[in-house]
Design a protein around this ligand. Structure first.
Ligand code: KG4
Ligand code: ZN
Length: 340
């Protein structure tokens, strides 16, 4: 039997400092995440300068812990996978500089990974039989992409958001109804107590591009609704606003996925990204797939939000395809999927 290919993966694109050891792309030996959420909560959102400083403080410790809990050392690592974009430039630079330093000092090949490719690849970890081609919806704080995964590392973007990302809309609406940061999990929790049919927020259909999304109108509709209540002196039922907004987002997301499954004829669908940890969204997508005879995949919630195991999964397939980066690898804050 051939030897395992072990990847040390590093992720620092936003507010999680993370490192993982992944064997053969799907076997997670360790997955360490140091979250800065409680720090940024004080400011109502991620403060880039604070994020970079905290990454610097934590990164060595997180990597040491990832190696230790995988019961391995750098001498047994075949490649280092690191997120180099998209994300906050200062935050990305910490992971990239660390990965380059280890690569140089220990002469280990370096593989730069696209963060969204990481989110998509999180699906490989718990679903050993999932192989491309499949349709994937990536819903995170910075991105909303409907992607045809044609092969490992080969993507065709069918649709994207024209304005806010789905997670960004959750965060902005949460702030407006007094829930604070991070918005997604807080809206989900409160929405369980509310009526999703209470307020008919609009479901935007974008005329440009069959599978594109728009969420800024929905966010404005929530703000207008809150303003209207204030002017009329009517009570705002926070749980109903949260549940109705969440339902509107879910309807738009499932609508485009249904259309894409119908029109492409694909029969495998995967959900990915931080918003994919929303249980109401997961259930809605799963039932829709079942109704259409499509297989449904979704990572566990801890692999949906930012982590390094997903970067290790993506790096493995890039490594197998011969992708190698040099010590000139740089952070690319606006890196687009499919570009290198
Ligand atoms: O993928 P992620 O961890 O980071 C980015 O790459 O952006 O996603 C973070 C986003 C945030 O906007 C957060 O509010 C949202 O995912 N999110 C959720 C839930 N958990 C996280 N949105 C809805 N429901 C959730 N349970
Ligand atoms: Zn992410």
């Amino acid at each position: 039997m051939s030897r395992d290919v072990k990847i040390l993966a590093i992720e620092s694109s936003c507010d999680e400092t993370a490192a993982a050891v992944v064997a053969n792309g799907r076997n997670v030996k360790s997955n360490i995440i140091s979250s800065q959420i409680s720090l940024h909560t004080l400011y109502g959102g991620v403060v880039p300068e604070i994020a970079s400083r905290k990454h610097i403080e934590k990164i060595d410790q997180v990597i040491a812990e990832a190696l230790e809990s995988a019961d391995t050392t750098l001498d047994e690592i075949d490649a280092i996978g690191v997120t180099y974009g998209p994300g906050l430039v200062g935050a990305l630079l910490v992971g990239v500089a660390e990965a380059k330093a280890i690569s140089f000092a220990k002469n280990i090949p370096l593989v730069g990974v696209h963060h969204i490719e990481g989110h998509i690849s999180a699906n490989y970890i718990e679903h050993p039989h999932l192989e491309p081609p499949f349709l994937c919806l990536v819903v995170s704080g910075g991105h909303t992409h409907l992607v045809k995964v044609q092969d490992y590392g080969v993507y065709e973007i069918l649709g994207r958001t024209m304005d806010d990302a789905a997670g960004e809309a959750f965060d902005k609406v949460a702030r407006a109804i007094g829930l604070g940061y991070p918005g997604g999990p807080k809206i989900e929790k409160v929405a369980h107590e509310g009526n999703p049919g209470a307020i008919p927020f609009p479901r935007a259909h974008v005329s440009e591009g069959a599978y594109n999304f728009s969420f800024s109108g929905m966010k404005s509709a929530v703000l207008n609704y809150l303003n209207g209540c204030r002017m009329k002196g009517t009570e705002v039922i926070q749980a109903d606003v949260a549940a109705s907004f969440q339902q509107a987002v879910i309807d738009v997301l499932t609508g485009n996925v249904t259309k894409a499954l119908e029109e492409t004829g694909m029969r495998k669908f995967a959900l990915a990204g931080g918003v994919a940890s929303n249980s109401t969204l997961r259930h809605a997508m799963k039932s829709q797939c079942e109704a259409m005879g499509a297989e449904f995949f979704c990572p566990s919630p801890i692999l949906c939000t930012d982590n390094a195991a997903m970067i290790g999964a993506a790096a493995y397939y890039d490594y197998l395809a011969g992708k190698r980066d040099g010590l000139d690898l740089n952070a690319v804050p606006n890196l687009r999927l499919g570009e290198s």
